[in-house]
Write a protein that binds this ligand. Sequence first.
Ligand SMILES: Cc1cc2nc3c(=O)[nH]c(=O)nc-3n(C[C@H](O)[C@H](O)[C@H](O)COP(=O)(O)O)c2cc1C
Length: 325
Amino acid sequence: MIDLTTKYMGLELKNPLILAACGLGASLERLQRAAGAGIGAVVLKSLFEEQLRAEIAGISSELDNNPEAEAFLQGLGLSDGAAWYFDLIASAKEKLEVPLIASLNGTSGAWWPDYAKKIELAGADALEINIGHIPNSMEESSESIEKGIVDTVKAVCSAVKIPVAVKIGQNFSNIPALAGRIGKAGASALVLFNRYYRMDIDLDTMSLKPGPSRSNPENYHDSLRWISLLDGRTDMDLAASGGVYDGQTAIKLIAAGASTVQLCSTVYSGGFAAITSVLDDMEHWMTSRKVENFSQLRGHLSRRNSEHPELYGRLHYIKALVGIE
Ligand SMILES: Cc1cc2nc3c(=O)[nH]c(=O)nc-3n(C[C@H](O)[C@H](O)[C@H](O)COP(=O)(O)O)c2cc1C
């Protein structure tokens, strides 16, 4: 009998698959379909800082009786603020049988703890925070950016009792060092990685346009590398996000040290049935290899279990390059 159960941030999951933060987690109906397809936990679509700013601006515009500001916000579709989000948490908590992780996405510091508390009050089991700061200054140092992230994590973790996961991008000088600081700041899990908005140019209209929003199956290698390097060196649980389209990839990420694996683009491409298909693949692989549970597998091929941890990754790199003439 295959046991797919796993623990993530202290939550009991019936399997390690999590619906990643995206529009598929923006309505109760979709969340229920994900649960029906077998997902182990769900992350709601993020509540964006811009929506919260709109809420705050909406209130002050009412106070100032400023119809222009009101109209502007309505034009952006942001005037709904955050109330819908707390309603979604409350109804999903009542109707879903899988753990519910809310998500906050922003760039600056002040409002995070406040909204983290509101999310906890609405009933979420955990919170994922996505600090989507894209550095654009010629003066701001890496240290000051990382300090900003760590300060935000500290502020959120000390504001709430529910566990907090931190979702980061991969463009840092030293991910293990940053991970260590995020763990010390109180986070219970690290999600590797966020997928930043990609930009493109439309040559017909000579204007900017959005790049592809969905990932492709090549993308999982980035999470695989960093999860395998971090496993066993942090108390945080590690969640993989990016490029998971089948059960074999999910298994690889668990062998690298992931506790959970998030799915997004594959569900957009294949519908909610993609969740069932990834689960079936995993079960099939485990049955064929007589692996009964994840404790036999998790981190099996991570740096921690390598004979030469100091050379982990480097040796494979050299081997790969030497093989190509
Ligand atoms: C359409 C779309 C919407 C997304 N919305 C969010 C979001 O609201 N918050 C967030 O943290 N990540 C968001 N993401 C990123 C995903 O959660 C995920 O980290 C990323 O897509 C990589 O996983 P994948 O390869 O399975 O798609 C979104 C991704 C897509 C494709």
